[in-house]
Design a protein around this ligand. Structure first.
Ligand code: SF4
Ligand code: SF4
Length: 375
């Protein structure tokens, strides 16, 4: 990639090196994180609380766990107590579960056990990532008798994903929204959707405060135009900077992702995002078995628990397999364009070089990789 292109896209391609050499790993790259050289170690108390929350969550308030753990204890003691509790829980589950038995019960307990104490996906080796997705695939098989495929594919070199949205073409059909819900195994009961389509009045500019994001009438409505928003996969994502546990980060191909099993649900990232790009799931995503998309990625559309942060991943399970995101495929008007910004022959590059493009809130310096344009 030439220096010209670097300047052209305002990309911060040196970030990775800088972070690995100068950062303590807390996600902050400047100004210091206020922690000691041992800062990536949590205190024993914080560790015990995080471990309990990650494993039993709000259940702690219901069954006495709070009393058991509401005492000062060191990491080893916390682990011992947690282990005993989990084994009791696993036993209760296994005796009440008629779907699996014998060796499979033991295997399931073993999987549950390893899942409880797995590390942050970001820090795993490729081997550990592979073992983790294998475990989840096997767990699904044991629980349901059905198969899924789950990828742990990393970012490829020389790939940086970008997106462009043609405002002139969008007619507000929301096919993209529905495709996204289905592709990404989003909850069918709530209205939580990664993509929003904003209906705006002609002649009023891009006024998001007055836009209707929840319209139920025939489209396109006269005197209106439509704009889609979702996570813009910023190059300088403020959502990543604020995460206290590094559960969200930017990958080398530009995708900003979340490890659902590391997220503690604090929603700091949601507050930090200037584009309303993040969605907190208040209830466990429910998807009928027949509708589950079984082509999954660990960082994308795999089934997740309630109380964690979700968002658009540019369909990592598709984009890293060389396909367009589901929203791009579904759009009947061709308003959505996706591709590799580092490929000079890609359509996205053509759009950026030949159309008058703009991004939202450029002045913030977030460098979203999502451009808008008009014909
Ligand atoms: S759009 Fe929001 S959630 Fe997405 S990367 Fe940017 S700041 Fe983060
Ligand atoms: S809610 Fe957001 S900030 Fe909080 S732990 Fe999860 S990813 Fe990190």
């Amino acid at each position: 990639m030439s220096n010209n292109n670097k300047k052209w896209f305002s990309l911060n391609l040196g970030r990775k090196e800088k972070e690995s050499s100068g950062s303590c790993g807390c996600g902050k790259t400047s100004g210091g994180c206020g922690s000691s050289s041992d800062s990536h170690q949590m205190t024993d108390e914080a560790f015990a609380t995080a471990a309990i929350n990650a494993s039993i969550g709000e259940e702690r308030t219901k069954d006495g766990f709070e009393q058991v753990f509401d005492v000062k204890m060191d990491r080893r003691t916390a682990f011992k107590k947690l282990t005993a509790s989990l084994l009791i829980g696993a036993g209760a589950v296994s005796t009440s579960c008629s779907v699996i038995s014998g060796d499979e019960t033991k295997e399931k307990s073993q999987i549950d056990w390893e899942e409880q104490f797995k590390g942050n996906y970001k820090l795993m080796t490729d081997e550990e990532k592979g073992a983790t997705v294998d475990r989840l695939v096997r767990s699904y098989q044991l629980r349901t008798g059905k198969n899924i495929s789950m990828s742990s594919k990393n970012a490829e070199e020389d790939v940086l994903f970008g997106y462009a949205f043609n405002i002139s073409k969008c007619q507000g059909y929301m096919d993209c929204v529905n495709a996204c819900v289905e592709e990404n195994n989003q909850d069918r009961n709530s209205q939580m959707q990664y993509i929003r389509i904003h209906e705006m009045k002609d002649g009023k500019g891009f006024n998001f405060n007055e836009a209707d994001d929840n319209y139920y009438h025939e489209v396109p409505a006269e005197g209106h135009f439509y704009m889609g928003t979702q996570c813009f996969h910023c190059d300088n994502p403020p959502c990543v900077e604020v995460c206290p546990v590094q559960a969200t980060w930017r990958e080398d191909d530009g995708l900003v992702v979340v490890d659902y099993d590391w997220c503690v649900g604090c929603r700091y990232c949601m507050a930090a995002c200037p584009y309303d790009g993040r969605r907190f799931n208040w209830s466990k995503p429910e998807v009928p078995e027949a509708e589950i998309n079984k082509n999954q990625h660990y960082l994308g559309n795999r089934m997740r628990k309630k109380g964690v942060m979700e968002k658009c991943t540019f369909c990592v399970q598709r984009s890293r397999a060389g396909k367009n995101p589901a929203c791009v495929e579904a759009c009947p008007t061709g308003a959505r364009i996706f591709g590799n910004l580092l490929d000079p022959n890609s359509t996205i590059r053509w759009v950026l070089e030949n159309k008058k493009v703009f991004r939202l809130k450029e002045d913030l310096g977030t460098e979203p990789k999502f451009w808008y344009f008009m014909d």
